[in-house]
Design a protein around this ligand. Sequence first.
Ligand SMILES: [Zn+2]
Ligand SMILES: [Zn+2]
Ligand SMILES: [Zn+2]
Length: 375
Amino acid sequence: METITKQSPQGCNNICPTPPPLPGPAMNCRRKGSATKGNSCASTATRDLWDNLFDRGYRADVTIRTNDGGIIYAHAGVLGMASPVLRGMLKQAKGVGHKRLISIHGVQHDAVRVFIRFLYSSCYEQEEMKELVLPLLVLSHAFVVPQLKRICEQQLENSLLTLDNVVDVFQLSLLCDAPRLVLLTHRMILRNIKAVSATEGWIAMKRSHPALEKEILESMIYEEQMEKERIRKLNERKIYLQLYEAMEALVHICREGCRTIGPCDKDLKDDQKPCTYEACKGIELLVRHFAGCKLRVPGGCIHCKRMWQLLELHSRLCADSGSCRVPLCRNFKDKIKKQFKKDEMKWKALAKKILSTKRIGGEPYFLSSKSISSY
Ligand SMILES: [Zn+2]
Ligand SMILES: [Zn+2]
Ligand SMILES: [Zn+2]
């Protein structure tokens, strides 16, 4: 998990689902003071006993054939107990007397050796794990050895996943039914698509599984769209928030007055506190313009047009037009009653969006976003 985050600088945590948790704690408690076979949860003596049994093949009764004519000796009792699949294979295996012969092909000899030794002592050497983690993942899945499978998944997740092997790991985790690893590798591929698509793994996948490549590219387009949509929503919210602030500033100017402008029954003091409404300055300029403009009609000049819109919007949001001091508030309310249904829906939707940018409704001057639909 950590590795993934480090390797992919642009965090898209908002849109990516969280990977499913690993099933239970893996049993690879690291032992202190053991330089070579450092990973086991059995005591040292027990571990050595089982390792010796495997290494020496004492009274081994199974011969395992591997790739390139390799041979591994093992014990039917151990194999059968450790893996139900091996148990089945041993039942059907041919042999002379008590000696039975089975074959494990498809992965390199060393991987089978490390795999079989794990069945004895739950041990593996870190160097071997590093080199053989992928065939070990395949073997542990194919022969149903969940402890080893979990260790392989953890090793990949914590340190062994790289840009070079991520495509292979992605494909293998699909085949080996490792959903967490599928998600992590898929995410890593998407975040590093440029570098990954130049790797041998990608080129090989393109040749052998063109559908998979297509799927990845499609999911990338989808994620990009999601990101765009997220930014669009963020910008939209920003606009509604600005409108809300403009509405607040308008009420504030018309009630208390600000700096140079205000209701005629109030004297503005020079030593007034600095205004807390950020939108106030803009609204103040607009109101001043509106008062002096010769073209003061809807659709006349762009500033006036904007003022008309703000005044109408205010009226839509206003909680009490009777006591409101914003110009034309009442007139607009009357006009609204005569307006077409279609227009009405648009205004209501806008008003709702603006009011919902503030979690607490705009009382006392504005309606609550819930009450919009009822007016
Ligand atoms: Zn102000
Ligand atoms: Zn004007
Ligand atoms: Zn009003």
